[in-house]
Ligand binder design. Sequence first.
Ligand code: ZN
Length: 164
Amino acid sequence: MIQVFQYPHETLLQTSIAWTDADAIQGYDDKEKFESDMIKLMLDERGMGLAANQIGITKRFFAIGHDSFDTFQKHAIIWNPQVINSSEEKVIDVEGCLSFKNVFVKVERPKIIEVQYETTQGKTRFAKLDGMESKCFQHELDHLDGITFNKRVSKLRWQMANKG
Ligand SMILES: [Zn+2]
């Protein structure tokens, strides 16, 4: 059974390595079964993104999806994601994280990003993301680099957010 680990679980602090075709998920023979379990876990926890290292796997992939999104309207696992371009324009918006229960904090990030990733079938895809979808992708990609959202805000802002 997979579960979401809470900060500061050790895998949340680690930089994940690329996913390759030779890789397997421990406890799963079937990649599709794993994918549906990971997406179900994200939805059960009411998330719009869930990074592999949040469930203890330090490989570069994450689940993403929300009805309001344009590219990832349908929930998907995306593999080896990268940002290849980001706008100079930045936006500040509230974020939550499944590894930090009940903490919501405003984080500044580039507004628009151009991304590259691989599908489950191994196809390379490109997309341009804006709004909440862009923010979510950047938040999840940060996870894969061991960067949790508390590291993206000032100490003061973080303390205020934790006062509830
Ligand atoms: Zn998170």
